[in-house]
Design a protein around this ligand. Structure first.
Ligand code: PLP
Length: 218
């Protein structure tokens, strides 16, 4: 997508510092194959069961990321399927991911999902709790925090997302100062079809885009 490169250049950033997660939830296998043939390198799914069926059908044709909420009892499937889990938002889940990853000899890369607006309808942890989670997870051996993820309140106007994106970036800078083992703040997963250009201006390294690529999910 040229729009990603343009937004990066406008913000004075190297376009290669922003990676596109092509969100394939509800998209069938044939269209996913086409997207990969057209250059999609990372595919994002929001449900473990749906992703499992697609990964079994398509194989590792690209990187697979879990972008949706993960229940603790599905961690054992998630560690087998995903290169990056964007949605860790509590210690119990992190501990279970660590435990399941150890069983298969993997270090699972994850992001901490932060609910900046404190919306009751959304997953994610409070801003002030995120550094404590990072410190607790730093002691676990088979899980590695790579950065943060957020989903701002829905708005028609992308500029309304900007303050949430900048809070996420500042939070990552704060956590990075703690220099915790197994914790890096390299990735900021923020920005969707309606607001990814603003997210890139605010420092996103992973943008999660579905509708702008595949059209409305219906
Ligand atoms: C569906 C989804 C997206 C993509 O949303 P679009 O508006 O279709 O680009 C991004 N992130 C998460 C967590 C999602 O569930």
């Amino acid at each position: 997508m040229d729009r990603i490169a343009f937004a990066a250049k406008r913000a004075g950033r190297d376009p290669s510092s922003v990676r596109l997660v092509v969100v394939t939830k509800t998209v069938d296998a044939a269209r996913i194959r086409e997207a990969v043939a057209a250059g999609a390198a990372i595919l994002g799914e929001n449900r473990v069961q749906e992703a499992k069926e697609k990964i079994e059908a398509l194989g590792k044709i690209a990187g697979w990321h879990l972008i949706g909420h993960l229940q603790t009892n599905k961690a054992k499937y998630a560690v087998k399927l995903f290169d990056l889990i964007h949605s860790v938002d509590n210690l119990e889940l992190a501990q279970e991911i660590d435990h399941q990853a150890a069983k298969i000899g993997k270090v699972q890369n994850v992001l901490i999902e932060v609910n900046i607006a404190g919306e009751a309808s959304k997953a994610g942890m409070a801003v002030k709790e995120a550094p404590g989670l990072a410190a607790a997870v730093a002691r676990l051996k088979n899980i590695s925090i790579r950065g943060l993820m957020t989903m701002p309140p829905y708005s028609e106007n992308p500029e309304e997302s900007r303050p949430y994106f900048s809070v996420l970036r500042e939070l990552a800078e704060t956590i990075a100062k703690d220099s915790l083992p197994n914790v890096s703040m390299q990735e900021l997963s923020m920005g969707m079809s309606g607001d990814f250009e603003v997210a890139i201006e605010e420092g996103a390294t992973l943008v999660r885009v579905g509708t702008a690529i595949f059209g409305n999910r219906g």
